[in-house]
Design a protein around this ligand. Structure first.
Ligand SMILES: CC/C=C\C/C=C\C/C=C\CCCC(=O)SCCNC(=O)CCNC(=O)[C@H](O)C(C)(C)COP(=O)(O)OP(=O)(O)OC[C@H]1O[C@@H](n2cnc3c(N)ncnc32)[C@H](O)[C@@H]1OP(=O)(O)O
Ligand SMILES: Cc1cc2nc3c(=O)[nH]c(=O)nc-3n(C[C@H](O)[C@H](O)[C@H](O)COP(=O)(O)OP(=O)(O)OC[C@H]3O[C@@H](n4cnc5c(N)ncnc54)[C@H](O)[C@@H]3O)c2cc1C
Length: 667
């Protein structure tokens, strides 16, 4: 059976058209699975179409040829155009639609509202009291003010307990005095802080009567709403160019005894009364919820980053012809090489796997905030924290690897900014650092794992959360031909063994006299390994669950091929653990390899459509190499001709330096 990939156009490169015609599923139906519902997949297409009808958002100068200032100005111009059309384009206050709109129009290099949407508003939603929401949330949602999230300092990012910015309460004036006591206390890194934001959520150490209560969120006005000048007592600016994200003004911020009213401490969960008495929150880490929010989105967002790189690499691989197989009269598409498939297809599988996890964790966060805000129920916080800590670390690491492979899969043209892959890479790998450095977050996940192992060892397996239940599973011999569940069983055994080994090592050091912290550090590499395996098991199980739930037969069949590839690739990747512990035999290893190679062949005819299903417009992709029409050579030549260097035949640098130098050499 052949399904028409909906947007086949007569003028497209025939090599791509051929790929689209031979797909075995409908890309609109696949988009419904990717984006979680028929309704949202259709809304995305509708929004993309509406954007394409706004001339001021088309044909912008390529970002690769712009300076940082030009990028920032261009993002602001686009935001201004969008604000004139906002209500016609999306349902106001729909976060997913707003994200899609921004991704499409402004792209991934950053913009003044990036942190406003992802952290400033969510912090007001989760941390501000009803009265405070009344005062600020409406204004923020209407975009009358621009906010950011200022937590990290020059000297500390990971260890929040050592943040140095203080918010000292003065009962006589009922104000907090914000102060930056040292250079290392300067806020450093917050996105959109440098030049765009006029408000910030500032995380500062709450001090009352000389007692420190740890980091708390405050809403702080930074700039005059009319003039945009920094308020007296505030030093603020941009931290300079970065590896990527250069359309964003990540900033620094210092306070010189800057006073804010008592009502600016966000007080949904804790309070400071006028006399300075402090009311504790229901959970010590509730003030960290905005970080958990972003982490809960990261599997989805990183999946979409990797998807963009793979759309480019897979389309290009289907039009790039080089070398011969059997037929010596025509060169083959490089996508037909097994090595090219092995380079790209496991990442395609991971993209789908990450996105399915993201769909789940985004919902888990929403449920958690409802539970906390409506019923004061914080019981889900620990599990979501450990899950999202592991997940953000694993997905960002593999996304970086996948994007780099996509770049190499495009040969020389992958290295050109025309492919846009380097920018996607730069933006995506920032995720290994922001929202918790990956090692630090893997160790957070390990805390929960060790606790769970200790419960099993102490004879309390009934106290384990469902995610940890596999730690009680007995060793069994597994027949891999049975299907996905057999792979899960082996993965569970591997993950369980590593969790117990790492915990055993930790305990051994403690028994030998080390403090828990020192023993923890001596076991840290083994602990992070346990966290990775635990998280990869979760990803694998989510993938299986999602595929099982699909009703469209052809979509399910295509995703089953991808799932099989994922199962075999993941198991092969961790096979050293399984072999060392005698969980798998070398015969089983050979079986997995053969399964993997045959999965590559099965996926090959659907590769282009599996990536087309993400329905990224050319505007969003910003890749000359990955455009939907597949006319890569013409498009590359036009792009190169448009380079500012090619706008004159002889550059001033030649007239000024090279010519005189060559003349001198003649003498
Ligand atoms: C187009 C562009 C697209 C997308 C991008 C756009 C915008 C986004 C871009 C960038 C955004 C980036 C924003 C940021 O980076 S904001 C700054 C983020 N910073 C961090 O993440 C800091 C990381 N550090 C921490 O989170 C913490 O310091 C810590 C490592 C978790 C340790 O905290 P600490 O207070 O010292 O606690 P511990 O003593 O280690 O643990 C005590 C106890 O508490 C548990 N815990 C910790 N955190 C939480 C939590 N959030 N929820 C629930 N429980 C938590 C911890 O596990 C431990 O529990 P035990 O039972 O083991 O005792
Ligand atoms: C693009 C980008 C955007 C950002 N946006 C924001 C923002 O909007 N708001 C904001 O507040 N911040 C933001 N940040 C800052 C970011 O959250 C921090 O940089 C991040 O949390 C890492 O902290 P750090 O820089 O202190 O790293 P460090 O902790 O100094 O990490 C350095 C090394 O030390 C290791 N290390 C540190 N602690 C431990 C430990 N306990 N055990 C083992 N190893 C350890 C790490 O693994 C790492 O290898 C952004 C950063 C980037 C890159």
């Amino acid at each position: 059976m052949s399904f028409l990939n909906k947007e086949i156009c007569d003028g497209d490169n025939p090599d791509l058209t051929e790929e689209r015609r031979t797909a075995t599923f409908d890309t609109d139906r696949m988009a419904q699975v990717i984006y979680g519902s028929e309704k949202f997949a259709a809304r995305r297409r509708q929004i993309t179409k509406s954007i394409s009808r706004i001339p001021a958002l088309q044909d912008t100068k390529p970002l690769a040829f712009m300076t940082r200032e030009e990028k920032i100005t261009e993002a602001c111009r686009e935001l201004d155009v969008l604000s004139d059309h906002w209500e016609q384009l999306i349902y106001v206050n729909d976060e997913e639609e707003a994200l899609h709109l921004h991704r499409e129009v402004i792209g991934m290099e950053g913009h003044p509202f990036a942190l406003h949407e992802t952290m400033f508003i969510p912090t007001l939603v989760s941390q501000a009291s009803d009265e405070q929401q009344e005062k600020w949330l409406g204004r923020a949602r209407k975009r009358e003010i621009i906010g950011c999230y200022a937590q990290t300092e020059l000297g500390h990012g990971s260890n929040l307990r050592k943040l140095e910015t203080t918010a000292t309460y003065s009962p006589s004036t009922q104000e907090f005095i914000l102060h930056t006591p040292t250079i290392t206390a300067l806020k450093w890194w917050p996105g959109a802080l440098g030049k765009s934001s006029n408000y910030a959520i500032v995380m500062a150490d709450l001090v009352i009567k000389n007692k420190s209560y740890g980091p708390h969120p405050f809403i702080v006005q930074l700039r005059d709403e009319k003039t945009h000048q920094p308020l007296p007592g505030i030093t603020v600016g941009d931290i300079g160019p970065k590896m990527a994200f250069n359309g964003a003004d990540n900033g620094f911020l210092g306070f010189d005894h800057f006073r804010i009213p008592r009502g600016n401490l966000l007080m949904r969960h804790n309070r400071v009364e006028p006399d300075g008495s402090y009311l504790k929150p229901p959970h010590a880490k509730i003030g960290y919820s905005s970080m958990v929010k972003v982490r809960s989105r990261m599997a989805m967002d990183q999946g979409l980053f990797m998807a963009q790189a793979l759309v480019i690499a897979v389309r290009y691989s289907a039009v790039r012809r080089q070398g011969f197989l059997e037929d010596k009269s025509q060169e083959v598409k490089v996508l037909d090489y097994q090595t090219q498939q092995h380079r790209l297809f496991p990442s395609i599988a991971r993209v789908y796997a990450f996105i399915f996890c993201g769909l789940e964790t985004i919902q888990l966060y929403e449920k958690l905030i409802l539970d906390v805000n409506k019923n004061g129920d914080t019981s889900g916080m620990a599990d979501l924290h450990s899950l999202t800590s592991g997940l953000k670390s694993v997905v960002t690491h593999f996304t970086g690897q996948g994007i780099e492979q996509a770049r190499m899969a495009c040969g020389g043209h992958g290295y050109s900014m025309a492919s846009y892959i380097s920018e996607i890479y730069g933006v995506a790998v920032a995720g290994c650092t922001y929202e918790g450095e990956n090692m630090v977050m893997l160790l957070q996940c390990a805390r929960a794992l060790v606790k769970a192992v200790e419960l099993v060892e102490e004879g309390h397996p009934e106290k384990l959360s469902p995610m940890m239940a596999y730690l009680t599973k007995p060793s069994v011999t597994v027949d891999l031909t049975v299907g996905p569940e057999a792979y899960v069983k082996i993965f569970q055994l591997i993950a369980k063994k590593q969790a117990f080994k790492a915990t055993e090592q930790l305990h051994k050091f403690m028994v030998a006299g080390d403090s828990r912290d020192v023993a923890w550090n001596k076991s840290a590499v083994e602990l992070t390994k346990a966290s990775r395996l635990h998280t990869r098991l979760y990803i694998l199980k989510t993938f299986i669950r999602r595929v099982e739930s699909i009703t469209d037969i052809s979509v399910k069949a295509a995703l089953t091929d991808l799932l099989n590839l994922h199962l075999n690739y993941e198991l092969l990747d961790v096979a050293s653990y399984a072999l060392a512990d005698g969980i798998m035999s070398s015969t089983q290893m050979d079986f997995i390899k053969n399964q993997l190679y045959s999965s590559l062949e099965k996926i090959r005819p659907n590769a282009v459509s599996l990536m087309d299903s993400f329905q990224f417009s050319d505007l969003q992709l910003r890749s000359v190499l990955g455009r939907r029409d597949g006319h890569v050579y013409q498009n590359l030549f036009e792009w190169a001709k448009s380079s500012p260097l090619n706008q004159s035949e002889v550059l001033p640098s030649v007239t000024q330096y090279l010519k005189p130098m060559m003349e001198k050499s003649k003498l």
